[in-house]
Design a binder for this molecule. Structure first.
Ligand code: GAL
Length: 434
């Protein structure tokens, strides 16, 4: 009896193994399967909708190629960076991955992990239609190594129009941090518990706000900062910026550390909060919530940065030795194309990286952003979003800011920031002239 049970069990197991093996052979993707695999961190409502629109353009052009999206949640790529680096270093890079322009690509270039795509740039005719400021940020040693899909503006304050109107606050008067903070005090007195929305479960959002305050200290100061020249912990502008950020924090929601950036923006959308400093990917969230720019919500430049355009530029590249090199290049063609960019950016909140975009496809916020970009007196590369400073510096930034949000110690943060700059001094190889 026992023997029979063993025999039946063994037969069942062998059959199951056989069926699984056949299923694996039949169903597994062939190594040469016609796919393109792309990694990115676009998982919020607006972000996911935008990348899907770009993928749709690719699918209409290359219907035989299956697109595998591998999204890694976490705004600004703060989780993504830890996932992608080991893959690239192990020779397992996907066919293309999201990357910021500027310094973020440098370790990959230095390590020889990227192929030059200068020929693609020439063949696709991108040079004449992509502004020099953007081209320079995807160039290493005179060759192109990435394709920009957009230009995001980082120095933007988003506000709920109804909350301001019903409290008699005119957003056009909020041109200094003091004026913004006075408006916050007024709102608090009127019962708005947390006038500013913050979601810093990924500490990059703290760094993001500090960065715009640093820009408001003047373009010369910002330039010094990204050139690695702010090295004194008693620098009056650095201390002033941190002090202003401390005041900013006194108006934010108590649950900030549990929230993501888009959950914070949701508070502005619903009117629970009045303001939030965030890049214009926030526009994508207002749009998916069916809010109307100028009616439900509005924006103004972060106080003191009027006329400046803080740049965050998303790119893709052609890693060396990818599994589907032709599909990788075809993906880049769509990323850099007018059609691809005009499908992606109106949803994403950014403007096209191309000067020949069809502006009729863009909403009111972006039409204003296109005009502001053209009229900008200064453009500055975001440090929070990978472009402005070496990765050896930015790798420490979020930890420093997390500590600051906890202890509010201005002098300790100034020391930590300037120490990080000094430790990375050899890596400040780009000389920014803003
Ligand atoms: C930025 C990225 C944007 C946006 C944002 C929030 O770093 O460049 O495309 O998605 O993070 O995730």
């Amino acid at each position: 009896m026992v023997k029979t049970i063993y025999a039946i069990t063994a037969a069942v197991l062998v059959t199951a193994l056989f069926v699984s093996a056949v299923a694996w052979v039949v169903l597994r993707p062939a190594p040469s399967a016609n796919v393109v695999e792309i990694y990115h961190w676009w998982t919020s409502g607006g972000e996911a909708k935008a990348i899907n629109a770009l993928v749709d353009v690719f699918k209409t052009k290359y219907p035989d190629v299956a697109v595998i999206q591998s999204p890694v949640a976490g705004g600004a790529g703060y989780v993504f960076q830890a996932v992608i680096k080991p893959l690239v270093l192990a020779g397992e890079a996907p066919d293309a991955f999201q990357m910021h322009a500027g310094y973020e690509g440098k370790p990959y270039f230095d390590g020889g992990y990227l192929d030059s795509i200068t020929n693609l740039w020439k063949d696709e005719g991108w040079e004449p239609v992509i502004p020099k400021v953007v081209r320079d940020m995807v160039t290493f040693d005179g060759n192109y190594y990435a394709v920009p899909v957009n230009i995001h503006r980082v120095n933007v304050v988003w506000y709920n129009k109804q909350v301001l109107t019903s409290n008699g606050i005119d957003p056009t008067t909020l041109t200094t941090w003091d004026a913004l903070f006075a408006a916050c005090s007024k709102l608090k007195a009127a019962g708005v518990a947390s006038p500013i929305a913050l979601g810093d479960s990924g500490a990059w959002t703290d760094t993001h706000v500090l960065e715009q305050i640093i820009a408001s200290e003047g373009i010369d100061f910002y330039q010094n900062w990204v050139n690695g020249k702010v090295t004194s912990a008693t620098d009056s502008k650095l201390l002033d910026a941190l002090t202003k950020f401390k005041t900013y924090l006194s108006y934010v929601n108590t649950d900030h550390s549990a929230l993501t950036w888009d959950q914070a923006i949701a508070k502005v959308i619903t009117g629970e909060a009045a303001f939030s400093v965030m890049g214009d990917w926030a526009n994508g969230e207002f749009l998916v919530a069916n809010k109307v720019y100028g009616t439900d919500y509005g924006t103004f430049a972060a106080p003191g940065t009027e006329g400046m355009y803080g740049l965050c530029i998303d790119c893709f590249q052609h890693p060396k030795g990818v599994k589907h090199p032709d599909n990788s290049l075809n993906w880049l063609k769509v990323v850099g194309s007018k059609e691809g960019q005009d499908a992606f950016n109106p949803i994403k909140g950014s403007i096209s990286a191309r000067t020949d975009s069809d502006t009729t496809k863009y909403g009111l916020y972006q039409k204003a952003a296109i005009a502001d970009f053209k009229a900008a007196t200064h453009m500055y590369p975001s440090v929070t979003h990978g472009s402005g400073a070496p990765t050896t510096f930015t790798a420490k930034l979020n930890d420093i800011m997390s500590a600051f949000v906890m202890n509010k110690d201005v002098s300790a943060a100034a020391t930590a920031l300037t120490d990080a700059t000094k430790a990375a001094s050899a890596d400040y190889t780009t000389v920014w002239s803003l």
